[in-house]
Design a protein around this ligand. Sequence first.
Ligand code: PGA
Length: 251
Amino acid sequence: MTPPHENPGLRVWVADDAAAAAAHVADVVARFVNETERPVLGLATGRTPLAVYAKLAERRAASAVSFQNAVSFNLDEYVGLDARSPHSFAAYMRRHFVDATDVFSGNVHVPNGRAQDLAGEARAYEARIKAAGGIGLQLLSIGANGHIGFNEPGTPFDARTHVATLAPETLHANRGDLPDPPPRQALTMGIATILEARAIVLLATGAAKAEAVRACLEGEPDVACPASALQGHPDVLVVLDRGAASLLTRG
Ligand code: PGA
């Protein structure tokens, strides 16, 4: 795999603060959507992308972007949570994307965490992505343990959409958003699924992500840091604030 400093397709952009980083990512997403006839987005949930969705909603309100032709596929969903549960990622997407922009709700895809046959749902999700033409731009955040989607440390880089067991640190990090008892598993795009996106933009903010960002960009690609798989992708933009960039040494 090409080391990051030798991969011209991997670029890092450090913003002054988290708001500027999110605004930059929103610009990248809006430009992709505006310039693509049938934009297919891969989307992420969690706290980090909230500011990106807020910026996209602002741009929609100003008629600076339209999602009417866009299709999206979320990275993941908790197993066992109904789409109507306020804790589900389906509900998150309704709140922060569907209700906030002009995207058609039927074009916003989230894996079904309540499917009877989860392996079948995983295969069907992959087939839906393929039928849409593949993901053009994938938005990612990173866990403090280096996960992307719910691909926790140890996940092979060739994994496709699958049922994953949440790492204890992930359950701890997300505890404020989860019901009691929390779900223990999620249906997640695999690393290989993510790497098939034609372009990827990863947003990380805050010093709590600094070590994961360092391992992602400057460590040897290794399953211990799932995000380090991105080093082999030809078109990745990593957008950071100063805190998330604070342990980078290569300038
Ligand atoms: P966060 O989650 O944005 O809520 O920190 C990131 C992630 O787990 O990928």
